[in-house]
Design a protein. Structure first.
Length: 256
């Protein structure tokens, strides 16, 4: 019985983090209705998440920690419908025989799911990207070495960077945490940004895949300046003025 209760609590925590990834902040009452539990239970959950430095308790609810990066498992369900559409469209634009260098990310994973069955070569530093092709013999996969970041399932460090320095790519396909006109493509973690530098440097084209919630944001680590970006595949909720500015800057913006 204790194991079952703990499992249910873990599921509640994942749902809370997923909702915060979508909204940024949420009230105890909203969570109580969403989770079908008492407000007292929600408060205990939020206190525990706050003690683990995953959320910030606020008056009557909780918010994301400023500048914090959620675990992959909590981000994957945020804007999932948009990510699936982006993944399908991006995959349809990749030609058979292409050599693709991939970072990690919840939207990149949706591209990989849609890419199955197409004869391409994938070079990645993300363990979960590689696992998507475990039963796809038509896809050749090369995984870099490196230190494992459990929060994003990515391999980082000098070994990963050195591996990528020895390949040539048709497309660098990157997930992002922020995209701005002034600061370009950004993410939370500097080690991951360094790996993305190598992907971008070795590619003929650089594609970013991201839902509308990432547009206009700036995160701490720069992956690449905007002038390196060839194509952005995003969803139809992307702000029209931001899309227009990207196109004026020479970026091919594809709306899924």
């Amino acid at each position: 019985m204790l194991e079952t209760r703990n499992m249910i609590k873990a599921e509640r925590h994942d749902t809370i983090l997923s909702e915060l990834a979508k909204r940024g902040a949420i009230s105890v009452q909203e969570l109580s209705n969403l989770l079908h539990v008492s407000e007292a239970t929600v408060r205990r959950d939020l206190t525990e998440l706050d003690e683990r430095s995953l959320v910030q308790r606020t008056h009557g609810g909780a918010a994301l920690l400023e500048g914090d990066e959620l675990p992959f498992s909590s981000k994957i369900t945020a804007h999932l419908a948009e990510k699936r559409r982006i993944g399908a469209v991006a995959a349809s634009l990749i030609l058979p025989g292409s050599v693709i260098g991939c970072s990690g990310g919840t939207t990149v994973i949706q591209v990989m799911k849609a890419l199955k069955g197409k004869a391409v070569r994938v070079i990645t530093n993300a363990v979960n990207v590689a696992m998507e092709f475990a039963h796809s013999p038509e896809t050749e996969v090369l995984v870099t070495g490196g230190f494992f970041r459990g929060r994003t399932y990515e391999l980082v460090g000098r070994v990963a960077e050195r591996t990528l320095n020895e390949v040539n790519l048709d497309i660098a396909l990157v997930g992002i945490d922020g995209l701005s006109i002034e600061r370009g493509l950004t993410t939370y973690n500097q080690a991951e940004a360094y790996v993305s530098h190598e992907l971008v440097a070795r590619a003929r084209e650089v594609w970013a895949v991201a839902d509308y919630s990432k547009l206009g944001l700036v995160k701490p680590a720069v992956m690449a300046p905007l002038e390196k970006l060839t194509r952005l595949v995003t969803d139809a909720s992307a702000p029209s003025d931001f899309v227009a500015r990207l196109r004026d800057a020479g970026v091919d913006v594809v709306l899924a």
